[in-house]
Design a protein around this ligand. Structure first.
Ligand code: PGA
Length: 249
């Protein structure tokens, strides 16, 4: 990666954990945090555990975030969680448009951009997820799908783009053990970087996600346009997650 961009390694716990399990994981992260130097680290936890994450991590080098956010400020939106509510829990980061939200909850690219706007309005940093399915890739449409997903986010302008993060997660690599090769990932990251640069935001960080492990992190991080990782399964084991965060290219 470009040294002028601070590397960011973020865990996405998805719908895993319990108060007891999280205590073990958070204690493990805190115990080993000192060996991660020069890389920002954060975990995105399920909503009910934001208070637990805040209590454990406040004052530590590890940040915490949420996995989704409402586009609305307040009102009759049963089950939704607003930006202000997340800010109440000291949240720094929020995932927007993870592929599981797009696929299972019908989130459109426009809604994802609205979520990013809601997050930015409360001073939170959105991590906007994009990525193609295997069918898209096989049809030679990876770039056009990603361009469509990015378009409403790019339209937010350079100031907003400078305050958010993009995560490229090929759907076929998520939870499958099948990571994109460093070259495959770099090709898409370069495509995203070019789009960001055209919109005055060439320094926006672009994370890679999809079966990232300690064993493949360094080769991914060696790519010039990969600024870190969004990590699912491997973020549930403190040692493995810290090894990813500590991996240097
Ligand atoms: P994975 O998930 O690391 O388990 O593939 C990544 C993600 O979905 O963010």
């Amino acid at each position: 990666m470009d040294q002028s961009r601070t590397r960011l390694v973020m865990g996405n716990w998805k719908m895993h954990g319990s108060l007891a399990e999280n205590t073990v994981l958070l204690d493990g992260l805190l115990a080993g945090a000192a060996r991660v130097q020069g890389t920002q680290v954060a975990v995105c936890v399920p909503f009910p555990y934001l208070a637990q994450a805040r209590q454990a991590l406040v004052g530590s080098p590890i940040g915490w975030g949420a996995q989704d956010i409402s586009t609305h400020e307040r009102g009759a939106y049963t089950g939704e969680v607003s930006a202000a509510m997340l800010a109440d829990f000291g949240v720094s980061w929020v995932l927007c448009g993870h592929s599981e939200r797009r696929a299972l909850h019908g989130e459109t690219s426009r809604q994802v951009a609205e979520k990013a706007v809601a997050a930015l309005g409360a001073g939170l940093a959105p991590v906007v997820c994009v990525g193609e399915t295997l069918a898209d890739r096989d049809a030679g449409q990876a770039e056009s799908i990603i361009a469509e997903q990015l378009a409403p986010v790019l339209a937010l302008g350079a100031d907003a783009l400078a305050r958010l993060v993009i995560a490229y997660e090929p759907v076929w690599a998520i939870g499958t053990g099948r990571t994109a090769t460093p070259d495959q990932a770099q090709a898409v990251h370069a495509f995203i970087r070019a789009a960001l640069t055209r919109h005055g935001a060439g320094q926006t960080r672009v994370l890679y996600g999809g079966s990232v492990k300690a064993a493949n992190a360094a080769s991914l991080f060696a790519q010039p346009d990969i600024d870190g990782a969004l990590v699912g399964g491997a973020a549930l084991v403190a040692e493995e997650f810290l090894n990813i965060a500590a991996a240097v290219a």
